[in-house]
Design a protein around this ligand. Structure first.
Ligand SMILES: Cc1ncc(COP(=O)(O)O)c(C=O)c1O
Length: 404
C-alpha cells in the first residue's frame, strides 16, 4: 500500500518533534535530562487529587456526571471558575468567554484551524514554542517573524509574554503595549500563550496582553486577543485541562471546532481539576515556584561556573527554560548529539524552535531546569561546558591549520 500517495497536502510540512523523539530515548536509558520541559512529578498534588476522586465516587449523582459526556464548551462550574480566575488576572471574563480544551496545545491548534487558510500569514516570535509551530504547520501558513516582521495581512501573532518557551525571556510592558498597537493598526489578532504566567520566581507580575487589551477596549468582547491557559504546569499535565479565553462570538466558533474534533474534554478530568484548584491552586503554584526557583538558581550558578568564555545565557524570572548562545563556530545540533551519545546529557538544539522558512541560529541551545534535582543538573551543565570547551578548542585548531 502506497500511503505516501494518500496523505493530505497539509501533512507535507508536519514533521516529528525532536523533543518527543528524545523523550523516547529518555525512557530507554539513564540520562541527565536537561531537554524537554516536563513538570517535576514529585510536586503533583497527589493527595488532593485522590480526595477529589473519592468525593466523586462517593456520590452516585456526581459520579454519573463525571462519566457522562461533558458539554463541548466545558463543564459549567469549571468554566465559571476559570472566568473568575481570568477576571482576577485583570481580564474580566464571563462563562461565555471560556472554552475548555484538552490542554492548551489543543487551544493553539483550534485557533490556527479557525484562522488560517493555506498561504495565510502567521506572525510568530523567533524562536517559538515548537508545539505551537507544529500545530500551525498543518494549516500551511507563511511565517513572519516577531520582532521585525511586517504585520500587513497577518491573521494572528502568536506570543508568549512571560518566560517564554524556549528562551525564558519576558516581554516588557512597553513591548506588550507595542504589540497591541501593532494589532490595533493592522487588524491582526493576537494569540497569547499564557502557559507560564503564574510560574514567576522573582520580579513583579506584568499584565497579560489580554488584560491590557481589555483595559484599552473596555471589555474582552472588543479585545483582539485570544488567550490560551493551562493547568499542566500548575497542577498536572495528565488531566489535560486547558482553556481559551476570548470574545464570546469567537468562542462560539471554536466550540464548533471542538465538537468536530473530540466532542468534549473529559468530564471526570474537569471535575477532579475543579475540586483541586478551588481549594489548592495557590498552594500548588507556590510549591512549584519554590522548587523551580531553586533549580533555576542552581543552574544559573552552574553555567557561570562551567561554561567557557564567549557563552551567553538568559536569566529567566520564571518558567522552566534557559536559552544558551554558544560562540558562533559551534553548531548546537552537533553539540547536543555528542552530549547525548558521549556524555549522557540531553539538551535541545535551538534550531528546533525556528519556523519553516526562517533561518535558524545554529549556535543556540535550550536547557530546562524543571525535571531533575540540582546536583545531577549541575553535573549535566559541567559536562556540557566541558564538551563546549573541547569543541571550541578543536575549531580553533582547525582554523589555525587552515590559516597556516
Ligand atoms: C509555551 C507552551 N504552550 C503550550 C504548551 C502545551 O501545554 P498543555 O497542552 O499541556 O497545556 C506547552 C507545553 O510545554 C508550552 O510550553
Amino acid at each position: 500500500m502506497d500511503w505516501d500517495r494518500l496523505y493530505a497536502s497539509r501533512m507535507r510540512d508536519v514533521v516529528a518533534s525532536d523533543i518527543r523523539e528524545r523523550m523516547k530515548l529518555l525512557a530507554a536509558k539513564q540520562l541527565i535530562h536537561l531537554g524537554g520541559g516536563l513538570p517535576d512529578p514529585d510536586i503533583f498534588p497527589y493527595e488532593a487529587i485522590a480526595a477529589a476522586s473519592n468525593r466523586i465516587w462517593a456520590d452516585r449523582a456526581v459520579a454519573r456526571t463525571a462519566l457522562q459526556y461533558a458539554p463541548s464548551e466545558g463543564y459549567g462550574p469549571l468554566r465559571a471558575w476559570i472566568a473568575a480566575y481570568m477576571t482576577g488576572l485583570g481580564a474580566p471574563c464571563a462563562v461565555d468567554n471560556i472554552l475548555i480544551t484538552n490542554g492548551s496545545q489543543q487551544g493553539l491548534d483550534f485557533v490556527a484551524k479557525l484562522l488560517l487558510s493555506p498561504g495565510d500569514r502567521a506572525m510568530v516570535e523567533i524562536p517559538s514554542f515548537i508545539g505551537a509551530l507544529r500545530a500551525f504547520d498543518a494549516y500551511q501558513p507563511t511565517y513572519v517573524g516577531l520582532p521585525g516582521g511586517n504585520p500587513t495581512d497577518v491573521k494572528f501573532c502568536y506570543a508568549g509574554p512571560d518566560f517564554r518557551n524556549p528562551t525564558g525571556t519576558t516581554m516588557t510592558l512597553a513591548e506588550r503595549e507595542a504589540l497591541l498597537d501593532m494589532a490595533d493598526a493592522s487588524g491582526m489578532a493576537i494569540l497569547e500563550d499564557g502557559c507560564y504566567e503564574r510560574l514567576r520566581y522573582d520580579g513583579a507580575p506584568l499584565p497579560s496582553l489580554i488584560a491590557l487589551a481589555c483595559a484599552r477596549r473596555g471589555s474582552v468582547e472588543a479585545a483582539p486577543v485570544l488567550y490560551t491557559g493551562t493547568f499542566s504546569k500548575m497542577v498536572a499535565p495528565s488531566l489535560r485541562i486547558g482553556w481559551i479565553a476570548g470574545p464570546a462570538a469567537v468562542i462560539r466558533k471554536l466550540v464548533l471546532i471542538k465538537q468536530a474534533s473530540d466532542l468534549a474534554t473529559s468530564a471526570l478530568s474537569q471535575m477532579l481539576l475543579l475540586d483541586v484548584v478551588e481549594a489548592h491552586l495557590e498552594e500548588t503554584i507556590a510549591t512549584a515556584c519554590a522548587v523551580y526557583r531553586e533549580r533555576r538558581d542552581s543552574m544559573l550558578a552552574a553555567l557561570a561556573e562551567h561554561m567557557p568564555h564567549g557563552v551567553r545565557w538568559s536569566r529567566p524570572e520564571g518558567g522552566l527554560y534557559i536559552w544558551i548562545e554558544l560562540p558562533e563556530q559551534i553548531d548546537a545540533t552537533v553539540l547536543t548529539q555528542r552530549a547525548l551519545e558521549e556524555q549522557g546529557v540531553s539538551a535541545i538544539a535551538g534550531a528546533a524552535f525556528y519556523p519553516r522558512g526562517i533561518a535558524a541560529e545554529r549556535n543556540t541551545l535550550r536547557l530546562s531546569f524543571s525535571m531533575i534535582p540540582t546536583e545531577p543538573a549541575r553535573e549535566g551543565v559541567y559536562r556540557l561546558g566541558a564538551l563546549t570547551r573541547e569543541m571550541l578548542q578543536s575549531s580553533a585548531a582547525v582554523t589555525a591549520i587552515s590559516t597556516a
